[in-house]
Design a protein around this ligand. Structure first.
Ligand code: ASP
Length: 445
């Protein structure tokens, strides 16, 4: 890739971080504090950990609190403002194609890297010895529940919309709200009271998001510190090859694939986009949840000139359907286990794994850990014995949170890349705002 472009991206990211230096400091201090806590065993460690977990959970719960009202109002406003069916179909098709392209590329890159570096060779013994016992029961349940694609798809159709709202089941919520919003768009002017109601809901939830973000730095600090403290850094040495392959894959997505994608499909510069959404990327890393980050992702995009019409339609669907980082991780993880247990990866098996990975990643939810549950879909039918499956899967759980933070950052980055490309194609982007961050800083949304 072009060196100049890389430098531009780094400089822009630096500027993005500078604007959000408090959140970035939260991440850095969180890593340092986590390492210290793990290294020095003092009588206070337990209490400090409890405090960290508490503060982290307060932040996480606060942002989760606004997700459902935000998603519902954003989709209803988005779909009814797009209005006519043909335009909606055009957007929808383009969105699915773009999401499909980048997720397939993520799977391809994950597969190539795992086949090239072979991180799983010789790992079998280590996997058996280190598979978290506590995770094994959960794994058995997940395998039973997630092993069947038809069962999974059926689960997306809500029998009772109120129950899916109460359970916070995002995919079912989106299915229901999309159908409801399209129906509202069809009934014409009679929809005005409901649409105005949701416009008010949207404005208020965005305001609440602004308030919650005042708490982002301590929240991200506490979340990062508690994760690092519970893992320690030895884990990096032991499974460094697996983590290295993942890290290389994620970097390729961020610094090669997305910039090329944006160049091919739009006039948006990756450097400018990353700088615009740096705050959302950092929160994605801290919370490991694309859904929880969604209010902020929408806010960042709209502040920098992406129209409300596009952002409010494309981003909620992205946070529910588009998980490139997860797809890449699932591909690497499955090949890692196959290599560890000596499964021969024929081209046919690889293609099957690739296709299943695309399905598994897009059926995942934007919450911490979801990607590792849906991986069961890919692992079933790989030819692993039940014991190997349980041990392998439970081993992946031990690294879960750490890899989740990285892949969620990539998931959110890819949502913003697609929304920027669609906004550009539809002339729904204000380049003046996008390219001049200083002008926007004070702009209220
Ligand atoms: N935590 C990820 C996300 O929210 C999903 C996953 O578990 O891979 O995007």
């Amino acid at each position: 890739m072009n060196f100049n472009l890389l430098m531009q991206i780094l400089v822009a990211l630096g500027l993005g971080i500078k604007r959000n230096w408090h959140i970035f400091s939260g991440i850095v201090l969180g890593i340092i504090c986590g390492i210290l806590l793990h290294t020095f065993n003092t009588p206070y460690n337990n209490s400090i950990m409890q405090c960290l977990v508490f503060v982290g959970q307060v932040f996480l719960r606060l942002i989760q609190m606004v997700v459902i009202p935000l998603v519902v109002s954003a989709i209803i406003i988005g779909v009814t403002s797009i209005g006519d069916n043909r335009q909606l179909g055009k957007f929808g098709k383009k969105m699915i194609i773009y999401y499909g392209i980048i997720t397939s590329v993520a799977v391809l890159i994950g597969g190539l890297l795992a086949l090239f570096f072979k991180p799983g060779l010789g790992a079998a013994q280590y996997i058996t010895a280190n598979a978290a016992l506590s995770a094994q029961e959960m794994v058995r349940n997940a395998m039973a529940e997630q092993g069947n694609v038809l069962h999974l798809i059926l689960g997306f159709i809500p029998q009772n919309p109120f129950k899916c709202f109460a359970d916070g089941n995002m995919v079912s919520i989106i299915v229901f709200v999309l159908i409801f919003a399209i129906a509202l768009a069809k009934v014409g002017d009679i929809n005005r009271p409901i649409v105005s109601f949701f416009e008010s809901v949207f404005a208020a939830t965005m305001k609440i998001t602004d308030w919650i973000m005042l708490f982002a730095a301590p929240g991200v600090f506490a979340l990062t510190a508690s994760v690092i403290a519970s893992f320690g850094i030895e884990i990096f040495e032991i499974i460094s090859k697996y983590l290295l392959v993942l890290a290389i894959g994620f970097l390729i997505m961020l610094f090669v694939v997305y910039p090329i994608f944006l160049k091919v499909f739009s006039k948006v510069s990756a450097a400018v986009l990353y700088s615009a959404v740096a705050e959302a990327l950092m929160v994605a890393f801290g919370t490991a949840s694309s859904s929880a980050t969604l209010p902020l992702t929408i806010a960042c995009c709209e502040k920098r000139g992406i129209s409300h019409k596009i952002a409010s339609f494309v981003l909620p669907l992205g946070a529910t359907l588009n998980f490139d980082g997860t797809a890449l991780l699932q591909m690497v993880a499955v090949i890692f286990l196959a290599q560890a247990y000596g499964i021969i990866l024929t081209p046919v098996l690889l293609v099957k794994i690739g296709i299943l990975t695309i399905v598994a990643s897009s059926t995942c939810a934007g919450i911490p850990g979801a990607g590792l549950i849906t991986i069961a879909l890919v692992l079933n039918g790989m030819g692993l014995s039940p014991e190997q499956l349980v041990a392998g899967f439970a081993f992946l759980f031990t690294l879960e949170r750490l890899t989740d933070m990285m892949r969620t950052l990539v998931n959110v980055a890819s949502d913003t890349v697609v929304v920027a490309a669609i906004a550009d194609n539809e002339n729904e982007i204000n380049y003046d705002l996008l390219n001049n961050p200083d002008k926007i800083e004070e702009k209220e949304i």
